[in-house]
Design a protein around this ligand. Structure first.
Ligand SMILES: Cc1ncc(COP(=O)(O)O)c(C=O)c1O
Length: 380
């Protein structure tokens, strides 16, 4: 059987990883400034993480959500403390899209309304409701089109949001902490404060998709915490279990759970919880949120200071950084990968996205800047 060919692949197979480095089948070493698309939070194959997963699977890999799994509560307790949402409740699922799907569903159960307000250039996943609120017609199939009324609004336009919420039929507003796929676009703190007020005023559920921007990446546990606000539901995935498929929703006390309202076979399974607990332990032990802030500030400063006219803007917070060029970055990114052995991400045609593991060191950052400088033909 052949593979269903939907991914344009680089001709590289990664077979080993450690910290911020990965190796291919030829033994060639790469610096990983991409983290497998913001997934690697604590570094590749961290020994504590490896031990946690292997230790757990030796005991029990899986049992269903019909019996107590105390690992879920252990994880919830640690997560509540780490992110400052001790009073919220946790529901665990498997992928980012599934977390957003459940968040919008819970909002709709809660207020009985249907319409959703989303933002231009947003990305929230590829399942039915999640893709419907994603601002990309190319990945919305006909079956997704009519099922759900959605209005896309310009980010940072509080008046436009209010015009929609006033109509009285909006169930939830969904917004990324920092837009990732959209090119590292940051909502203004003031706009987020207005958005919080508007959602409270019009009794609309405010959902923050922190799937890419959360889990320490922005230099705070969640990107929205830079604006000092609290959403009603927060969705998390990617970095939560360092590559083990897992996601979740943090749910405010205003929601009442009802048996059978939400559910999943694999969500919160023993192996996923063991992985996620070890991620939080490592993040705490190695102060990775603080590291993301410190190294991110340094990297953003250095990138902004590069003597290179082709860079239009450097955006981001912590270790979620977009380098927008005046022209296509295809050649620079290809050179970075094949000549300088550095993995990076991309957004659109002109923006390089940096989403490294949160343990990126100063030396590794300087190494990246040196290799990036070589690609741009400037000595750094
Ligand atoms: C902000 C955001 N939301 C949702 C998703 C979807 O996550 P998944 O691919 O795990 O379904 C992504 C994935 O890139 C994302 O960046």
């Amino acid at each position: 059987m052949k593979l269903f060919d939907v991914y344009p692949l680089f001709n590289i197979e990664i077979v080993k990883g450690l910290g911020c480095h990965v190796w291919d089948t030829e033994g060639i070493e790469y610096l990983d400034l991409y983290g497998g698309h913001a997934v690697i939070s604590v570094g590749h194959s961290h020994p504590d993480y490896v031990e946690a997963i292997t230790g757990q699977v030796r005991k029990l890999g899986f049992y269903s959500n019909s019996v107590i799994n105390s690992l879920q509560q252990t994880f919830a307790d640690k997560l509540g403390k780490a992110c400052g949402y001790d009073d919220y409740a946790l529901f665990l699922v498997n992928t980012g899209a599934e977390a957003n799907e459940n968040a919008m569903k819970l909002a709709s159960f809660h207020n009985g309304k249907k319409r959703i307000v989303s933002f231009r250039h947003s990305f929230h996943g590829r399942t039915s409701a999640a893709v419907r609120v994603t601002d990309n017609p190319k990945i919305i199939a006909p079956i997704n089109e009519t099922a759900l009324p959605v209005t896309y609004v310009q980010m940072n336009d509080a008046d436009a949001v209010e015009t929609e919420l006033k109509k009285g039929d909006v169930s939830s507003v969904i917004i990324e902490g920092i837009q990732g796929v959209g090119g590292i676009q940051m909502p203004d703190d003031r706009f987020l404060q207005d958005l919080r007020e508007l959602c409270t005023k019009y009794e609309v559920v405010l959902i923050f998709d922190e799937i890419q921007s959360g889990y320490g990446r922005s230099g705070r546990f969640f990107a929205h915490q830079h604006a000092g606000i609290r959403p009603d539901i927060i969705t998390v995935a990617k970095g939560i279990a360092n590559g083990f498929p897992m996601s979740g929703m943090l749910i405010s006390p205003m929601f009442t759970p009802v048996y059978g309202m939400l559910g999943t076979t694999f969500g919160g399974n023993h192996l996923a919880c063991a992985a996620a607990i070890s991620v939080l332990d490592i993040m705490k032990k190695e102060s990775l949120v603080e590291n993301a802030e410190k190294i991110g500030d340094f990297l953003i400063r250095e990138l902004r200071a590069l003597p290179y006219d082709g860079i239009k803007e450097v955006r981001g917070r912590g270790l979620m950084i977009g380098i927008e060029f005046n022209e296509s970055i295809k050649e620079a990114r290809t050179k970075l990968l094949f000549e300088e052995k550095v993995f990076t991400g991309v957004a659109g045609t002109n923006t390089i996205r940096l989403l490294p593991p949160l343990c990126l060191s100063k030396t590794e950052t300087e190494d990246f800047l040196f290799r990036f400088g070589k690609v741009l033909n400037i000595g750094v």
